[in-house]
Design a protein around this ligand. Structure first.
Ligand code: PEP
Length: 248
């Protein structure tokens, strides 16, 4: 596993061409030696990927798609984007299994097909897993995470292009984050589940209401190699603070 600390900016269905100038300070930060190990990856909406590519052209900042179709190349799927299309645009990553898509009907089987297709196209996968509040209250978090991992990663032979984003569904967009112990236990359980599948040490990231205030606590969670940031990443100042407070 590399020494990188991942900072993932998921812009969801937000942003316009006029928001691009807000990224200048972040670009400056990414060029400073002090932040060399910060691996910054932006996931703009599909409509802005090309603009982001131009904006980040001479930087180390990578870009990914927020989702993709499970068919690798082309097909009659209105409104969909394939792994090949993301790759051709210059994307290096794709988010798969985000809870907002799982809630909209995406199944573990579908997620598995997407991961296999995207890996075939040499994209790196940010594979999202996490329990709902109901599942947490029923105390079945471990089983849920195990099922999501085993079903989502079924048939994977090469794990080296996969990152895991542990995102408790009840924490996404709510301002509520897990307690320190709970988070460390879940991350350690994820590590154990993964170690039964592969000897590759996949980076495990945390996502769910990460902001410039709670990052000082979150960065001390054992076993975490970075953060998937939704709403706070749309504010460059907050996102920069998150990176600075983690690395300093
Ligand atoms: C997310 O988009 O996965 C996310 C964690 O969002 P937020 O940071 O807004 O909770």
């Amino acid at each position: 596993m590399t020494n990188n600390i991942y900072f993932i900016a998921n812009w969801k269905m937000y942003g316009s061409t006029s928001t691009l100038s807000s990224l200048n300070k972040l670009i400056n930060l990414s060029k400073q030696k002090k932040y060399n190990k910060a691996k910054i990856i932006y996931f703009p909406p599909f409509t802005l990927i090309y603009n982001f590519m131009n904006k980040f052209k001479k930087t180390k900042i990578s870009i990914g798609g927020q989702n993709c179709h499970h068919i690798e190349n082309y097909g009659s799927f209105t409104g969909s984007i394939s792994p090949k299309m993301l790759k051709e645009l210059g994307c290096r990553y794709v988010i798969i299994g985000h809870s907002e898509n799982r809630t909209a009907g995406e199944t573990d089987a579908n997620i598995n097909k997407k991961i296999l297709s995207a890996l075939n196209k040499n994209l790196k996968i940010v594979f999202c897993i996490g329990e709902t509040l109901k599942e947490k209250r029923k105390k079945i978090t471990h089983t849920i995470l195990k099922n999501q991992i085993n079903k989502g990663l079924k048939g994977i032979k090469n794990y080296k292009n996969i990152l895991i984003a542990y995102e408790p569904v009840w924490s996404i967009g709510t301002g509520v984050i897990p307690k320190h112990n709970e988070l460390e236990t879940n991350v350690s359980n994820i590590r154990k589940i993964l170690s039964k599948k592969t000897s590759v040490k996949l980076p495990i990231l945390y996502g769910g209401s990460v902001n410039d205030k709670n990052i000082s606590n979150l960065k001390n969670i054992r076993g975490i190699k970075g953060f998937l940031v939704g709403s706070a990443s749309q504010n460059s100042k907050k996102f920069i603070d998150i990176i600075k407070k983690t690395i300093n």
